[in-house]
Design a protein around this ligand. Structure first.
Ligand SMILES: [Zn+2]
Ligand SMILES: [Zn+2]
Length: 71
């Protein structure tokens, strides 16, 4: 079965998820004929996630939870 691989980055601090790209993974049958999904078995989905610091957590290393009242 051919698969769409969703590459995403998941922030290990706030769990924010960012999809980076979606690639196509040909199965052996589809690779032979050269056309994605040509095996006729349907197209599946898979996710590959990489842990990261999202831009927010990079900017604010400590989660800005209680900012109100701080002056
Ligand atoms: Zn296939
Ligand atoms: Zn984050």
């Amino acid at each position: 079965m051919c698969q769409y691989i969703t590459h995403s980055r998941v922030c290990f601090v706030c769990k924010h998820e960012d999809t980076v790209l979606i690639s196509e993974k040909h199965c052996s049958h589809a690779r032979r004929s050269g056309a994605f999904g040509s095996c006729g078995r349907g197209i599946g989905n898979a996710t590959k996630s990489t842990p990261q610091h999202c831009w927010k957590c990079k900017e604010y290393p400590i989660a800005p939870v209680m900012y109100s009242g701080m002056r």
